[in-house]
Design a protein around this ligand. Structure first.
Ligand code: PMP
Length: 429
């Protein structure tokens, strides 16, 4: 594989951009080597500056659920830009998208648009604190909720990939208000609640964590969390930045039939444009300024071009539920194919699948939480990652990430990926 252009660009980028990238996981730090500098992408394929073409399982970390440069999204953006890029004043499109979100995710009665998943989670927790008059928050180890200070404690995704799950720069004062529990451990939650009676404002969780690899809830865990939060007056926040509009049009909360008080959204909601949102019960959301006293704002929030992209994405998903059936079938085929390859190579690695999210854990242990995820052989994963690239498949460059399928993947693409897994595992034996 020729990657001369990417090598030169990465070298050049080091001079003016910290680590050469604008978001850490992109740097290939945990898998080694040079990140690919991307020129363009279309459908299921991404093309780098050296004109190598890959079948793609990152999909911008989730947003490109329909594949790249889908006409439903690009046409909306092209039309919107002609009317100027930003007004900093309300538009009718913002009402349309708010109504559609409330319709697709019924637990959301009111919603505020922001510009990223990070803004959504930071704001949601602030509102929960304002609403309850309490300070503390429970966070689940290995979940990633963006880079807000109070979330960078036992954080997954890039934070764990870079070896800084607890980031310097987060004060002790902030950290002490974040209480930690392992995923799938209801007893630890009960203990924290008992020890911090009437002090916990919120419990924030990725209902299906995709930032420590992909981990699934067990034994009615989500409903048990719901029950505890209801009893204790704790605001239950589902961070569905990844899972929202991906696992189902109503997200993980629809799949598992558990209703949070608040939901944070991002990624798919912007169709690839920088968008996030948080919403929930009316009585909580009415605490947000200017309706209520909790301040939160944004110069570019509800940006007309971003809203046009997001609106068309959500409309398309709402009107074409077969997208989810097709994606689930593709996920199923891929997981089955990978499992049979693992069996053939006599490897005990674990495959986790839900809908269009999938991951292989390079461990022989069942993975039910962050500690289990950390038993993986990350060095082996790094080698596997580079073999997959050599075989034309672009995976997330970290063991602690989910792979995201797009509906642009064809049967032939899936066969190609399964064959690439086979060849790659053979090569790293
Ligand atoms: N929450 C979750 C569950 C995420 O996966 C992410 C990003 N991967 C975020 C929040 C932060 O979103 P953003 O990167 O847009 O700030």
């Amino acid at each position: 594989m020729n990657n001369k252009q990417s090598v030169a660009l990465f070298d050049k980028a080091q001079h003016t951009i910290p680590g050469g990238v604008n978001s850490p996981v992109r740097a290939f730090k945990s898998v080694g080597g040079t990140p690919l500098f991307i020129k363009s992408a279309k459908g299921a394929y991404i093309i780098d500056e050296d004109d190598n073409e890959y079948v793609e399982l990152i999909n911008s970390w989730g947003p490109m659920i329909l594949g790249h440069a889908h006409p439903v999204i690009t046409s909306a953006v092209q039309e919107a830009v002609n009317n100027s890029l930003s007004f900093g004043a309300p538009t009718s499109k913002e009402i349309d998208i708010a109504e559609l979100i409330c319709d697709m995710v019924p637990s959301i009665e009111k919603v505020r648009m922001v510009n990223s998943g990070t803004e959504a989670t930071m704001s949601a927790v602030r509102v929960a604190r304002g609403y309850t008059g309490r300070n503390k928050m429970i966070k689940i180890e290995g979940c990633y909720h963006g880079h807000g200070d109070s979330f960078l404690i036992a954080a997954g995704s890039g934070a764990v990939t870079m070896g800084v799950p607890n980031s310097p720069g987060v004060t002790e004062g902030t950290a002490k208000d974040t209480l930690l529990a392992p995923y799938n451990d209801i007893e630890k939650i009960q203990q924290l609640v008992k020890e911090n009676k009437n002090e916990i404002a919120a419990l924030i969780i990725e209902p299906v964590p995709g930032n420590m690899g992909l981990v699934l809830p067990k034994d009615n865990y989500l409903q048990q969390l719901r029950d505890i939060c209801t009893e204790e007056g704790i605001v239950l926040i589902f961070d569905e930045v990844m899972t929202g509009f991906r696992l189902a049009k109503g997200g993980a909360q629809e799949v598992f039939g558990v209703t949070p008080d608040m939901t944070t959204l991002g990624k798919i909601i912007g169709g690839g444009m920088p968008v996030g949102a948080y919403g929930g019960k009316k009585e909580i959301m009415d605490f947000v300024a200017p309706a209520g006293p909790v301040y939160q704002a944004g110069t570019l929030s509800g940006n007309p071009v971003a809203m046009a992209a997001g609106m068309n994405m959500l409309l398309h998903l709402n009107e074409n539920p077969d997208v989810y059936t097709e994606l689930a079938a593709k996920g199923e085929k891929l997981a089955k194919g990978i499992q049979s390859v693992l069996d053939k190579h006599n490897l005990p690695y674990k495959v986790t699948l839900l809908g269009s999210m999938i991951c292989i854990f390079f461990t022989d242990q069942e993975v039910n939480n962050f500690a289990d995820a950390q038993t993986t052989d990350t060095e082996k994963f790094g080698k596997f990652f580079h073999q997959m690239l050599a075989n034309g498949v672009y995976l997330p460059p970290s063991q602690y990430e989910s792979w995201f399928l797009s509906n642009a993947l064809t049967e032939a693409n899936l066969d190609h990926i399964i064959e690439a897994v086979d060849k790659s595992l053979e090569a790293i034996k």
